[in-house]
Write a protein that binds this ligand. Structure first.
Ligand SMILES: CC/C=C\C/C=C\C/C=C\CCC/C=C/C(=O)SCCNC(=O)CCNC(=O)[C@H](O)C(C)(C)COP(=O)(O)OP(=O)(O)OC[C@H]1O[C@@H](n2cnc3c(N)ncnc32)[C@H](O)[C@@H]1OP(=O)(O)O
Length: 299
């Protein structure tokens, strides 16, 4: 690829930009093969390669990359910055720590908190989805580990999914296993990728699919050995970037707008619905039991 061939070896200034206001901007000199700008914060590592126009975004929220309110806020700020950056045309989303892509929404954010907190949290989940699903960039998920529920949603938001070929890694919308319900926009995102029938069954059963199973019905597009996930993502990205941006973006928007509009036009009602659902005693109990099971499994 011409774009990939444009690597330069030089001493170049790399600007370090950060995802939140409390970090300071820094200018560093480093030896590198191409100019790379960093948009990192303490939860997300982001490196934008100016030669290729591709940003690699690595989630780094130990131990399991759960999507906490803080994480989601940083995620949306970072995505917004990349979206506004004319030099950035593609985004590869992955995990900084192999084995877990993301454990999904942080269950602790949905347990024992106030209604105000639940509302704020859900707005941040909506924001992440609207930004990632509605992104103008080419988005590729490099799924280097397990990816339940909200983690699966993030991957499904991307244009293409490459997963590590390891049957120990599973992906799916498992909400019903926790006694909760995937909202309509989670359901629509999956249905747009794999179809209504498969989604209906997978969602009712809260199924998690080992990587080889996920490939069979198109929940992921490609399996590669673990050590090749990043490099494959880079070469698939290079192919996608050969298509003129404006034509690809209009097409993507045409395919997704109906789905995003459904939430955009119902955001407040969706938040209200979530808060009234999650504050039920029975739902709180289900989440506590699930967390307890997770802890016991560990022991
Ligand atoms: C009328 C109604 C109509 C419509 C509905 C209305 C509204 C919608 C309502 C609700 C919608 C909510 C949608 C929810 C989406 C979600 O994403 S829920 C989260 C689902 N996630 C999971 O089920 C994942 C659970 N975790 C795991 O399976 C495993 O942890 C793992 C495979 C990710 C990793 O396994 P291990 O490497 O073995 O790690 P451990 O299990 O030991 O975990 C380490 C540590 O992390 C804690 N943890 C794990 N996952 C989470 C999480 N998601 N959130 C918070 N914390 C998590 C785990 O408990 C361990 O903690 P410690 O014991 O070390 O303290």
């Amino acid at each position: 690829m011409a774009a990939l061939g444009a690597l330069r070896s030089c001493w170049a200034p790399a600007r370090l930009l950060t995802g939140s206001a409390h970090h300071s901007n820094r200018l560093v000199l480093c030896q590198q093969t191409s100019i790379k700008r960093h948009f990192s914060n303490n939860k997300i590592l982001v490196e934008l390669d100016e030669a290729t126009g591709v940003a690699v975004m690595k989630m780094k929220n130990p131990p399991v990359n759960s999507l906490s309110l803080d994480f989601l806020t940083e995620f949306s700020i970072t995505l917004e910055k990349l979206e506004m950056d004319r030099g950035c045309r593609g985004l590869i989303l992955t995990s900084a720590s192999p084995k877990i892509f993301s454990a999904g929404l942080d269950i602790m954010e949905m347990c024992g908190k106030s209604a105000e907190h639940y509302g704020e949290f859900w707005r941040a989940v909506q924001e992440m989805w609207l930004k990632l699903y509605g992104s103008n960039m080419v988005t590729i998920a490099a799924i280097n580990g397990s990816s339940p529920a909200g983690g699966c949603l993030m991957a499904l938001c991307c244009d293409y999914r490459i997963m590590a070929d390891n049957p120990k890694y599973a992906i799916g919308l498992n909400e019903t296993q926790l006694g909760i319900v995937a909202p309509f926009w989670f359901k629509d995102t999956m249905s747009n990728v794999v179809g209504n029938r498969v989604t209906e069954q997978a969602l009712q059963l809260g199924q998690m699919f080992p990587a080889p199973e996920a490939l069979k019905f198109g929940l992921v597009d490609q399996l590669v050995p673990e050590e090749k996930v990043q490099s494959t993502a880079a070469s698939v990205m290079a192919q996608w970037l050969t298509v003129p941006d404006h034509a690809r973006q209009i097409t993507k928007s045409m395919m997704r707008k109906q789905t995003t509009d459904k939430l955009v036009n119902n955001r407040e009602a969706d938040i209200k619905n979530f808060v009234s659902f999650i504050t039920r005693d029975s739902i709180q109990k289900s989440l506590q039991v699930y967390m307890e099971r997770l802890r016991q499994r560990k022991q």
